[in-house]
Ligand binder design. Structure first.
Ligand SMILES: Cc1ncc(COP(=O)(O)O)c(C=O)c1O
Length: 404
């Protein structure tokens, strides 16, 4: 007779997985689970990084809904598409990501499963070209950057990007770090809406970074996950445009998950520029081969729907209008918080969904226990996590925990 499935000590075959050590759970995922489990009606979840409207909902955009309906009506097959995913999606997205560089045949792009997929491919491509490459990472950064880089087997060199007390970018330190880097080192940059700090480089700082990156022979790897949610669609890519002007090699990991609100559909793209079209073609062949071993092909639905939006002028205009409404809400909520207390004024000068509050872990926990306000232990919060009705209560709780 077979052993019962609950008996873990006997039976044939390997016991390999018994050797696995414990792991620390991803703190952000744990935070999301804790917030979901909290049934207090006053709960404010500013931990998870999704857009919420004034009512506290994460809506499906009008243009996307219309495109999904059209897709449902017209799509005739769900047969395999191939490793590059929806090629037309990437073609249509090209001018949106690259601006005046769209005509440059040394830049090629392909669809990926979200921004995460693009980042994974990018770092594995770099490791294939140069396993010894080091990646310069300004901290704090989006926590998932670290395991994605480590999984590619690359060495990480950290430097301090942001000063939590003055709420400023440690720009001199950043430039000194880049200036001392080795040719061939990779510089990870947030294109806009820095996660977790909201502190974006201004255009003069981008100019300085571009100059040093070009002079030192560094490879800029730009994570552009929030295009359109900062200052404006093209404004949010100004830094990237400068890098493309000045550097032979640039890599961009792009996400549409936030700016189209298709988080769970996993829509991203990877863009690679090299000095010659033939080299870029070769790099993209490597990328395709790497992707084949990881997910074989990206999921289709979200990219196909976005393709239909971009293909249709009226839908594209409506998407941009709705994205503009999202951006306005971010900046409105930022201003409300900034005006409430001089110690929070910096939040009005930052961009995107995230900022960091000058709180200790004990204060973050106290907010969770007594006010049902959920944010990361670092004090990072999603500016848009609260509905309009919760903004005053959120501000009052923060001001109270900050003390006099
Ligand atoms: C900075 C940054 N990069 C990349 C991503 C990945 O985005 P996606 O959900 O498209 O994989 C995120 C998502 O939170 C992010 O904050």
């Amino acid at each position: 007779m077979l052993d019962s499935p609950t008996n873990t000590t006997s039976g044939g075959g390997a016991q390999l997985l018994e050797k696995l050590g414990p792991i620390e759970s991803d703190s952000l995922l744990a935070l999301i689970a804790a917030a979901n489990a909290d049934t207090r009606p006053t709960k404010i979840d500013v931990g998870v990084g999704v857009y919420r409207d004034g009512e506290g909902r994460t809506p499906i955009l009008r243009a996307l809904k219309a495109a999904e309906l059209r897709l449902w009506e017209t799509q005739e097959t769900k047969s395999y598409l191939g490793g590059k995913g929806d090629v037309r999606f990437a073609e249509l997205l090209r001018p949106w990501v690259l601006g005046h560089h769209a005509g440059d045949d040394r830049i090629m792009g392909l669809q990926t499963p979200g921004g995460c997929g693009a980042l994974s491919l990018a770092f594995k491509l770099i490791a294939a070209a140069n396993p010894g490459a080091r990646v310069l990472v300004g901290t704090p950064t989006w926590p998932n950057h670290i395991p994605v880089i480590e999984t590619a087997g690359l060495e990480i060199v950290r430097y301090g990007f942001y000063d939590r007390d003055s709420h400023r970018i440690r720009f001199d330190e950043m430039l000194t770090m880049l200036d001392g880097a080795r040719a061939g080192d990779v510089v990870l940059l947030h294109g806009c809406c820095h996660n977790p700090t909201g502190a974006d480089l201004d255009i003069d700082q981008w100019r300085d970074v571009t100059r040093v990156v070009a002079q030192r022979g560094l490879l800029p790897m730009v994570d552009l996950a929030y295009q359109g949610l900062g200052r404006g669609w093209h404004e949010d890519a100004e830094g990237i445009r400068l890098l493309l002007d000045a550097c032979d090699e640039v890599i961009i990991a792009h996400s549409n998950d936030k700016n189209f609100g298709v988080y769970r559909d996993r829509v991203g793209s990877l863009w690679v520029k090299t000095a010659r079209a033939a080299t870029t073609k070769l790099a993209m062949d490597h990328v395709s081969q790497i992707a084949r071993a990881m997910w074989s092909m990206p999921p289709d639905h979200g990219a196909a729907a976005i393709r239909l939006v971009l293909e249709d002028e009226a839908l594209a205009a409506d998407w941009q209008a709705e994205l503009g409404e999202m951006r306005d809400r971010v900046n409105r909520v930022r201003s409300r918080i900034a005006e409430a207390d001089p110690r929070l004024a910096y939040i009005g000068q930052q961009y995107g969904m995230f900022s960091m509050l000058p709180l200790e872990v004990s204060q973050v926990r106290a907010l969770r226990d007594s006010d049902a306000i959920y944010m990361a232990d670092s004090g990072r919060f999603n500016v848009l996590g609260m509905a309009d009705r919760d903004i005053d209560r959120f501000i009052a709780a923060i001001v109270s925990v900050l003390g006099d």
